[in-house]
Design a protein around this ligand. Structure first.
Ligand SMILES: C[S@@+](CC[C@H](N)C(=O)[O-])C[C@H]1O[C@@H](n2cnc3c(N)ncnc32)[C@H](O)[C@@H]1O
Length: 487
């Protein structure tokens, strides 16, 4: 090939594959990768990748090193040491499927991480008596595991359902106290004049409930409306856990328990399958649920502080959290308000208002702003010598000509490196089977809700655990964690 034709080939490949594609491929690999991996992400040949990377390495953003005969290309701005769960001797992955204490099962929370993961990180990064904070606590997985391990749990979430559920988990009522309170409230609710469902503000509920059960729900909802006592929060959460689901313990016709389906879908489904709306009593359902929750022991002397708050402005003491273990929302993957619309109705909360409080953005720059402010707030809360562990999934974006993967953990690490004194220490890559994730299966059901497919398309198969710290001490060894499920 003459020099002219080879340089025109270079020009053509330059036009076809922008520099950005190569940088994005490196970010997908946490900042460092070999030629073959980069070529496969970009969709070009190894030779093209090698030539282009060599050119880019002449600038000041990329460097290369040779390890065991292979060339590794590295982003000079940030390359984070990484490890796969399969390479670690000990992780939450060795836990039996659905390993968790029964108290976790008060009510489902879509998008939560496994209790075994929380247990593993809390054991690895803290000691008995330490403070564990989760500022996006969702269903309360991390705070409850912290309590089981005799740590102090601080937890918050901007979403009312998450707040109710976590409050209940962290301060549960034993059966005798629950029964006394429940009977008292049911008696009170009997005295409410509820003729002709005058309190019914959402006609769609008739699709899910018999008149008999709906009448009970409406009365009790009215009686509990402004009550934020420990007893009321627990009872509200328990009812959230029996509002809809597939067995006789649930108050609705047979449906999914994980998230509230759309009324039209459920109406059609019920007609097609001849589903009856059962006449069920709240008291029976709630006490059956309580029996399930009491199957395993509960934390003794739980020490917790659970609040409803935006993660950018947390009402906790500064410099006090030994570990912040959390899973922030990531670019429009889940719409919590929609997924829980019946629970929000039961809690007397407005779906649209709740939705507006949560970070559901598809814009990368807005998401970066949100991440930056959140990290700065976490940095303020972290105790000297503390760690932050963030669990996030990669996001897949379908653009006109190609699919782009965003490595959310790397994006967060970039914000931390650029705008805080936190040090990105390691990324643990956790490649999982989508079919084992509740929310993945739930989204596949394709309830006739237009956002549904957007959510599914935004998911990818990779979760990552980003570890940050405010010091450079050696990371506690994974091998020394005393795994609860191995006992
Ligand atoms: C991935 S979920 C956390 C799930 C949790 N780890 C669990 O196991 O259930 C993310 C949470 O972030 C909350 N969230 C979204 N935007 C928020 C904000 N600005 N401030 C506080 N919480 C927010 C959502 O309500 C949701 O519960």
């Amino acid at each position: 090939m003459t020099q002219n034709s080879s340089s025109s080939t270079d020009k053509r490949t330059e036009r076809k594959y922008s520099d950005n594609l190569f940088y994005s491929a490196l970010k997908r690999e946490n900042g460092e990768a070999d030629t073959a991996t980069i070529a496969s992400h970009v969709g070009c040949t190894r030779r093209t990748a090698h030539n282009r990377l060599n050119l880019l390495a002449n600038g000041d953003e990329l460097s290369k090193r040779t390890v065991g005969g292979a060339i590794l290309w590295r982003l000079d701005s940030l390359a984070i040491p990484q490890v796969d769960t399969s390479d670690l001797d000990q992780t939450w992955r060795s836990a039996p499927k659905r390993w968790s204490d029964s108290l976790h099962k008060i009510a489902p929370y879509v998008g939560g991480f496994p209790a075994s993961l929380a247990n593993y990180f809390i054991k690895r990064f803290t000691n008995s008596g330490d403070v564990v904070l989760d500022p996006f606590c969702g269903g309360g997985t991390a705070p409850l595991e912290a309590l089981f391990l005799n740590r102090t749990a601080w937890a918050s979430d901007a979403f009312s359902y998450a707040h109710t559920l976590t409050t209940a988990k962290c301060d549960p009522l034993p059966r005798d106290e629950l029964t006394t309170y429940l009977d008292q409230k049911l008696d009170e609710s009997d005295t409410i004049d509820n003729t002709n469902f005058r309190l019914l503000d959402n006609e769609d509920l008739h699709v899910f409930y018999s008149d008999y059960t709906l009448d009970q729900l409406l009365r009790l909802r009215e009686v509990l409306a402004d009550d934020t006592s420990r007893e009321a929060m627990y009872l509200k959460a328990l009812v959230c856990g029996v509002l809809h689901g597939p067995s006789e313990m649930f108050l609705s016709l047979s449906t999914r328990d994980t998230f509230s389906g759309s009324t039209d879908y459920v109406r059609r489904y019920a007609e097609k399958n001849n589903l009856e709306r059962p006449e069920r009593d709240i008291r029976d359902s709630v006490l059956r649920k309580q029996d399930l929750l009491e199957r395993d022991p509960w934390p003794t002397n739980p020490d917790s502080n659970v609040v409803k708050a935006d993660a950018r402005d947390l009402p906790f003491e500064n410099n006090n959290a030994d570990l912040i273990l959390t899973s922030p929302p990531y670019m429009r993957v889940l719409d919590y308000a929609w997924n829980n619309w019946i629970r929000l109705w039961w809690l007397n909360d407005d779906r649209d208002q709740e939705r507006d409080k949560l970070d559901i953005t598809a814009s990368e720059s807005k998401y970066r702003d949100f991440v930056r402010e959140t990290l700065q707030e976490m940095e303020r809360k972290l105790a000297p010598g503390g760690y932050i562990v963030l669990i996030v999934g990669d996001v897949r974006k379908n653009l006109t000509n190609h699919v782009e993967y965003i490595n959310t953990a790397y994006l967060i690490a970039e914000e931390a490196a650029d705008h805080t004194d936190l040090i990105p220490r390691q990324i643990i890559n956790d490649d999982y089977d989508l079919d084992h994730r509740n929310y993945a299966r739930a989204n596949r059901l394709r309830y006739d809700y237009d956002k549904d497919t957007t959510e599914e398309k935004a998911m990818s198969r990779l979760d990552r655990c980003l570890i940050l710290s405010n010091h450079d001490h050696q990371l506690p060894d994974s091998d020394t964690v005393d795994l609860a499920w191995d006992a």
